[in-house]
Ligand binder design. Structure first.
Ligand SMILES: [Zn+2]
Length: 121
């Protein structure tokens, strides 16, 4: 099966995710991990906040970063599977994932029957 359309979507989404990640944090070695960045002007700003507010803001950034990073990993893994020829196979039953499902979510790792097995984010 030809997955050029899925690959195009995945590459597009990866670009967007990298942009978001770079806005929130900075890339560690080989863009495999991101950490929240506190910029100099933000640090000054944070001096005027009490500790609770600062922690809350930082925790929110870290949470957002983690969600985007997780998504980025999914996209990255899907692209790797396309390259290795294992893309579009349900990781639970080993059957082909429905084309419609891949169109809706190109980084899907399970078929429609098994998609509920994934814990909610
Ligand atoms: Zn399945």
């Amino acid at each position: 099966m030809n997955y050029e359309e899925q690959k195009r979507k995945l590459l597009e989404e990866r670009e967007q995710l990298i942009t978001s990640l770079n806005e929130l944090g900075y890339a560690l070695a080989q863009k495999k991990d991101w950490v929240v960045r506190i910029e100099n002007d933000e640090e000054e700003h944070m001096d005027s906040l009490d500790d609770a507010e600062m922690t809350e803001e930082l925790e929110r950034d870290i949470a957002t970063l983690n969600v985007i990073e997780q998504r980025y990993q999914e996209v990255e893994n899907a692209l790797t599977r396309i390259e290795s020829g294992t893309y579009g196979i349900c990781k639970i039953c080993g059957k082909k994932i429905e084309k419609e499902r891949l169109n809706a979510n190109p980084s899907a790792t399970t078929c429609e029957k098994h998609m509920s097995k994934r814990p909610p984010d």
